[in-house]
Design a binder for this molecule. Structure first.
Ligand code: AMP
Length: 425
């Protein structure tokens, strides 16, 4: 049998793994400036967390979850997204009790049983943030500003991105609107795909996301929530836009943006990027979910957040020609000459590493010549040689691999001298 990673998953080899760590570092740095703190929730949850949190009528819950019974017979699901888990956790640990608020971010793998294609995986990696306990439109703007700041910080030019914005209303206006769209779908059932006919009864707003041409045509003339928002939602939406305008954040209003998950209320947004991604061009998105805490049995607590996809962000970065920091190069190669100076060589390589200078030595019994070839292959800037001669004089020979020059340096000064050489480039 040949072993290979399951369909829709990839091994992140070192360059991709470094890119992932780089994005996490950038996120941590930027999110900290906005007051967000890290949270790690389990990768699996009781299935009900997602069924109730995301909504049974959604594609994610209906078709895409990795669900299994554990040995105790409990139904367990690999998390398909981060928000439901974070909200479950915030409630469990009373993070928003007594009117407190919490700003949290996470990074890690998510799992959805989807048809894999470029930018669509079954195990994919997200970075997300959630702001819990705050209702003011300024926090909606904050979350969006922070997301855009992240994308710009990783090098995606602003002109390569489109920020789409919409309001989904809430209990006072959306249910009425849903019924209106359901009625509209029923009257146009002849022209709709089977999925959209069924959506009339389950999740009518999802028909806006259907890619079938005839459905798209029907939905182009469907009633829009924008025209049916209650006063409070309309005022909130206007204020969010005002804050974004005030920050110079460009957005496009898209009255058909409904996003897949049931829990959204009011503000929703999506960031799209041209990256040869075709229909998978959403690199991130999110929205407000003021009803979610109550779904888990908590007090009514407003909240909102976003998630961005690592794979698609990386594609958008590549499309913009961004060089992602890859595997760090070996800077110094310490050659082994013979058994008499071996302990010195090993000590030197350790000293360099303690000084955080990437250093390497031979562990395969290579000849001195082969060690120089290996140093070259690894791209080492300097090779250090301590042979019996050098050792007797308390020195080492330092060879600059590109200038092809050599100098002798006293051993006690070696690490400092090398650090200085490398700093000078
Ligand atoms: P969502 O949780 O569906 O709102 O997705 C948020 C972001 O995660 C999207 O904008 C994508 O960048 C990314 N994403 C969602 N699903 C996948 C997937 N199956 N494969 C790769 N990235 C995904």
């Amino acid at each position: 049998m040949e072993y290979h990673a399951p369909k829709g998953t990839v091994d992140m080899l070192s360059d991709t793994a470094y890119a992932w760590e780089h994005l996490q570092r950038v996120a941590a740095e930027i999110f900290a400036a906005y007051g967000y703190q890290p949270i790690y929730t389990p990768i699996f949850e009781h299935t009900e967390v997602f069924e109730r949190g995301i909504g049974e009528a959604t594609d994610v819950v209906g078709k895409e979850m990795y669900t299994f019974a554990d040995k105790g017979g409990r139904s367990i699901t690999l998390r398909p997204e981060g928000t439901a888990s974070v909200v479950r956790s915030a409630l469990e640990h009373s993070l928003t009790a007594n009117g407190q608020s919490a700003k949290l971010y996470y990074a890690g793998p998510m799992f959805r049983y989807e048809r894999p294609q470029k930018g669509r995986m079954r195990q994919f990696w997200q970075i997300g943030a959630e702001a819990l306990g705050m209702q003011d439109p300024s926090i909606d703007a904050e979350v969006i500003v922070m997301l855009m700041a992240f994308f710009e910080a990783v090098g995606i030019p602003r002109q390569n991105m489109r920020l789409l914005l919409n309001s989904m209303g809430e209990d006072s206006c959306r249910p009425k609107y849903r019924e209106k769209v359901a009625g509209y779908l029923r009257t146009h059932a002849d022209a709709l795909c089977g999925g959209c006919v069924r959506r009339a009864d389950t999740n009518p707003l999802r028909a806006f996301d259907c890619k079938t041409p005839s459905c798209k045509e029907v939905m182009a003339a469907a009633p829009l929530l924008r025209d049916e928002l209650c006063d409070e939602c309309a005022t909130h939406y206007r204020a969010v836009k005002g804050h974004l305008d005030g920050q110079g954040i460009l957005y496009e209003e898209d009255a058909t943006l409904v996003r897949g998950l049931d829990y959204y209320t009011r503000t929703v947004f999506e960031v799209q990027a041209d990256a040869g991604l075709g229909s998978q061009n959403a690199i991130g998105g999110g929205g407000r979910y003021d009803g979610l805490m109550e779904v888990f049995g908590g007090q009514p607590t407003p909240g909102l957040g976003f998630a961005l996809g690592f794979e698609r962000t990386l594609l958008a970065m590549a499309a913009a020609g961004v060089e992602v920091p890859g595997t760090p190069a070996v800077r110094v190669y310490v050659a082994r000459v013979d058994a008499s100076t071996d302990p010195e060589a090993f000590r030197l390589v350790s000293d360099l590493r303690r000084a955080r200078i990437p250093a390497e030595m031979d562990h395969k019994g290579r000849s001195l010549k082969a060690q120089f070839r290996q140093a070259d292959r690894l791209g080492a800037n300097l090779v250090v040689v301590v042979g019996p001669d050098e050792s007797a004089a308390g020195e080492a020979t330092v060879r600059d691999m590109s200038a092809k020059t050599e100098e002798r340096v006293a051993l006690p000064r070696l690490v400092a001298a090398i650090a200085e050489r490398l700093r000078q480039g």
